[in-house]
Ligand binder design. Structure first.
Ligand code: SF4
Length: 944
């Protein structure tokens, strides 16, 4: 009897193991970090129940990380704002009155309209981690202010600028390792959140094929923890290490000369004319063509003629008597110098000489003895057919650990130089361009904001951000005074392609170079983790001038959550969550393309807001119409677009080119270029909210020199014309700035900048001691301090997320156990981390996996009490800490002149340059900032 009952139970299980998680499913794109994975959102009775990865999506192939699946808790965060807010008390006190949208938009339009009619530069519009920069940049251009940027100057502009000026692409967003064929991956200073699922999937592929992974990082965590070899380098010395590798490869003659001749400017002739205004520029003929020396004809020739046999070494005399030398000769002379030998740099890098030599040997062996051949014919730019694709299976990847140093631009350039010398750019097995890259520097998209481009009530003729090609492209007055509030594209940061968000508040507070009226921020937590000198920034936001008014008169802020910045705004425009709005991940901005072809994506609202909030993009479009901005209002003053969804479908940046590339044309049968399609968004939704185009096999490698690829890229509008993109070992733009510093040319730097520009603007990569380290007493601050990004968190957002808080709800300072022992410190002791600028109190943990001269912590876990819906006694506020407090936006005050704590070329914030000492402290957080009071409607959680 019992047996029969048991059999019945087994044959009729009562537990429904595969019950659907909801009654409906909608597809959209994740926004829990920057990777933009495809997700399936399951709903039950209109409430989100479960999020899974979309298996068909090109970015993540169904993989979902901890952050992505916890999106449900982000959506239902207790810290969500509920209604527009108008400040009624002092800034920072969180005393607001709830207002209706009509009043909020009317007020914003009133403030903004007044300054547009008088001086549009009095608006500084800066966004944080938003993914709609194609729209926000266009809006700023239509408003007429050059004072626009997102947070790239804080994050990764060194990577982007160094990559684009060198190889017409960059690590992370515009390129990735050839995961299918690479046999050796060299990772530099990676930030785990910025290439999360895609790199995890890729690393898994490498692992399965037995490829070797070598990680160069002071900290052994994240991807470094699964590397075959960890190189625990001293922060800021990566450039020296790379030079030593280059030195070894040159010394042993392990460089790909054929690749260099065909695809780089190695043979281009550089004029030798010491003291002359053309010294160091490329030798050109009367038509402006760059020259090389043709060995066969024994005379100069157009360097880009396919039939020449160019000379790589030896000085030559041109027909007109000028002396010139090939780029390769300059390069070899520099890096064969004994100062770059492994034994000469080893101690400064904290790496054994033999380790450096070993890496160089392995790079050479894998590149030249294990070359990859794909039996795929292709045709190069000159029409020469190649029967197969041959590549060097050595790939590289780098991110913020390289970027956030004051020498990061040159370090990143050095890595690209190493790739080029190995013939490892867009070949089988190496680093590959993600379509729509490569994009050449010419014709350049130059930044707008010159005096003749800014006028009351007028739009600017071009976008505010771009890529200068020489001093004449700088946004400066005749006397060298910066024209932008953040001083981007000035002599202080000439190639600041992403702007300098980290300088905006200080400059606006100081009125340097001029006062502004309105600071308009979106998703930029500038009073906490998106600023250095946190306490100082807060003081500037609340400081009053002689007239009793705030020194920054108006602050408008849009955010979905009660972040630390909300308390300092005068007008708060509450945004939706990413699951409540349309969005567009556009080819005009930072798309989701891969080496296999271009791709873009959308977000669609999967639930309706249950609060009185609006998508920021809708708000921007409505404000644009109210202000009569030409891109957003018709000549009759009517709104051009109903909302963001309407804009995505109908906006054209140039004829036939809009925010989305898929299903263009009235019938939806065109790609990249075609008329607007009213059904375009519906087609995206049907397709899982993404579009991708697969390049045919003959176009998938050598894109910079592949005739068929270049022709199709020109047809799709990615490049101007189907011409070879020559990779730049030697960047002439940098030499133009150096010549200006030496007194040549019509646009001259102020005297105080000359020496600095001449020193740093070297057309070949250089290394110099990080600027903070060079300015402080190293004995007083003997340790480097850096942050790492915890994989389950994205910036400050994770601390409001009930699931993610269970992984990290506080941070420690991690100290090598030998270093701690020498200081008499033990596990869980409290210390002050003291820098030249300030100090922060925290608890330490002892570890082995860190460079002994370096301490580190997770970034942005520590929170200000009261923010993010956290209880005042939440661990994030009680025991967490923010290292930014100890980092200054300026170099030490004892220097004779005020100097930015930034890369002198791009203005990238150099927050990884921080030097500190540890001092024993009592337990506690008495020195923390006073708790913030959440506005009505924000639910304050428990302390745990
Ligand atoms: S990697 Fe980023 S985008 Fe992808 S699922 Fe995770 S959080 Fe979302």
């Amino acid at each position: 009897m019992l047996r029969a009952q048991r059999r019945k139970r087994l044959s009729r299980p009562e537990a429904a193991a595969s019950e659907p998680p909801g009654d409906t499913r909608a597809q959209t794109t994740c926004y829990m970090c920057a990777c933009r994975c495809g997700i399936n959102v399951h709903l039950s009775n209109g409430r989100i129940r479960y999020i899974e990865g979309n298996r068909d999506h090109p970015v993540n192939r169904g993989v979902l990380c901890a952050k992505g699946s916890a999106g449900i808790m982000q959506h239902y965060s207790p810290a969500r704002l509920r209604k527009p807010l108008l400040r009624v008390g002092e800034r920072g006190k969180s005393e607001f009155r709830e207002i209706e949208w009509a009043e909020a938009l009317g007020l914003a339009a009133q403030w903004l309209g007044a300054i547009r009619g008088s001086d549009p530069r009095k608006l500084a519009f800066f966004t944080g981690r938003d993914q709609s920069q194609a729209l926000t940049s266009w809006w700023a251009q239509q408003f007429g202010t050059p004072n626009y940027a997102a947070h790239g100057g804080f994050c990764s502009v060194n990577m982007a600028a160094a990559g684009l000026y060198s190889v017409a692409g960059s690590f992370w967003e515009f390129g990735e390792p050839d995961w299918e064929h690479s046999r050796y991956l060299l990772l530099f200073g990676v930030a785990e959140d910025h290439d999360s699922n895609p790199i995890k999937i890729g690393l898994n592929k490498l692992r399965q094929r037995g490829a070797k992974i070598v990680s160069v990082n002071p900290v052994r965590t994240g991807y470094t923890a699964i590397a075959d070899e960890w190189v625990g380098i001293r922060p800021g010395t990566d450039g020296l290490l790379v030079f030593a590798l280059i030195h070894e490869l040159l010394r042993l003659e392990h460089v790909d000369l054929d690749f260099l001749v065909r695809y780089t400017n190695a043979p281009w002739l550089v004029l030798r004319h010491p003291g002359g205004g053309d010294d160091g520029l490329f030798a050109r003929d009367g038509e402006g063509r760059v020259l090389a020396w043709d060995r066969r004809a024994n005379r100069e020739a157009d360097a880009q003629l396919a039939g020449i046999v160019p000379q790589l070494v030896d000085e030559v005399t041109l027909a007109d008597g000028r002396r010139a030398v090939p780029v390769f000769q300059l390069l070899a002379e520099r890096y064969l110098d004994p100062q770059y030998a492994p034994e000469a740099v080893a101690e400064r890098c904290g790496i054994a000489t033999e380790t450096i030599r070993g890496i160089a040997r392995e790079l050479a062996r894998v590149a030249f003895e294990e070359q990859i051949t794909i039996e795929q014919p292709w045709t190069d730019w000159a029409g020469r057919r190649h029967e197969r694709m041959v590549g060097r299976p050595v790939s590289m990847h780098a991110m913020r650990g390289i970027s956030a140093h004051s020498n990061g631009f040159h370090t990143c350039r050095a890595i690209h130089l190493l790739q080029m010398l190995l013939g490892a750019i867009d070949t089988p097995g190496s680093w590959r361009y993600k379509s729509p890259y490569p994009k050449p520097m010419t014709p350049a998209m130059k930044p707008a904001g010159h005096a003749h481009q800014v006028a009351p009530g007028e739009a600017m003729p071009a976008p505010p951000l771009g890529y200068p090609l020489g001093p004449e492209d700088l946004l400066v007055e005749a006397d060298g005074t910066p024209r932008r509030i953040d001083k981007a594209f000035s002599w202080e940061a000439p190639l600041a392609a992403h702007g300098l968000m980290h300088q905006v508040i200080r400059n606006a507070w100081k009125g340097d170079p001029y006062p502004i009226d309105t600071l308009f921020l979106y998703m930029a937590n500038m009073s906490w983790n998106s600023a250095m000198n946190t306490a100082g920034t807060i003081a500037m936001l609340t400081d009053r001038g002689a007239d009793g008014g705030y020194r920054i008169p108006h602050i408008i802020y849009s955010d979905a959550y009660f972040s630390e910045m909300v308390a300092y705004a005068d007008l708060v425009l509450p945004d939706t969550t990413y699951l409540e709005r349309w969005d567009c991940i556009s080819l005009l901005d930072r798309p989701i393309g891969s080496p296999e072809g271009p791709a873009d994506a959308i977000r669609q609202p999967v639930v309706k807001p249950d609060r009185d909030v609006r998508p920021f993009q809708d708000v921007l479009i409505e404000l644009g119409a109210r202000l009569g901005l030409p891109g957003f209002a018709t000549a009759e003053g009517k709104p051009r677009y109903r909302d963001y969804a309407d804009y995505i479908a109908r906006h054209e940046r140039k004829p036939g080119v809009g925010p989305l590339a898929g299903w263009r044309g009235e019938a939806g049968d065109k790609i990249a270029v075609g008329a607007a399609n009213p059904a375009q968004l519906a087609r995206y939704v049907e397709n899982g909210c993404f579009w991708q185009h697969h390049l045919p096999p003959e176009q998938r490698y050598f894109k910079h020199a592949n005739r068929d690829y270049l022709e199709s890229a020109a047809q799709m509008g990615f490049i101007d014309r189907p011409r070879q993109i020559v990779l730049q070992l030697y960047v002439e733009t940098l030499q133009k700035f150096r010549l200006a510093a030496e007194g040549h040319g019509p646009v001259q730097p102020p005297e105080r900048e000359r020496e600095r520009i001449a020193r740093h603007f070297d057309p070949l990569p250089i290394w110099y001691t990080p600027l903070e380290e060079a300015a402080i007493d190293a004995a007083a601050f003997p340790l480097h301090a850096v942050t790492q990004r915890p994989m389950p968190m994205y910036h400050s957002w994770g601390s409001q997320n009930a699931w993610l808080r269970q992984i990290y709800s506080r941070n420690y300072l991690y100290v090598h156990r030998h270093t701690a022992a020498a200081l008499g410190l033990g596990d869980e002791d409290w210390v002050f981390v003291v820098s030249h600028h300030g100090q922060v109190r925290c608890q330490i943990r002892l570890v082995d996996g860190v460079n002994p001269g370096t301490v580190w912590t997770w970034n942005a876990i520590g929170k200000r009490a009261g923010a993010w819906g956290l209880a005042p006694d939440a661990p994030e506020a009680r025991r967490g800490f923010l290292l930014n407090t100890a980092i200054s936006e300026l170099l030490p005050a004892h220097l004779p002149e005020e100097r930015l704590n930034a890369d002198p070329i791009t203005g990238q914030a150099a927050w990884y340059d921080l030097r500190v000492r540890l001092e024993r402290a009592d337990a506690g957080n008495e020195d923390a900032l006073e708790p913030l009071s959440p506005p009505r409607g924000v639910i304050v959680g428990s302390g745990q």
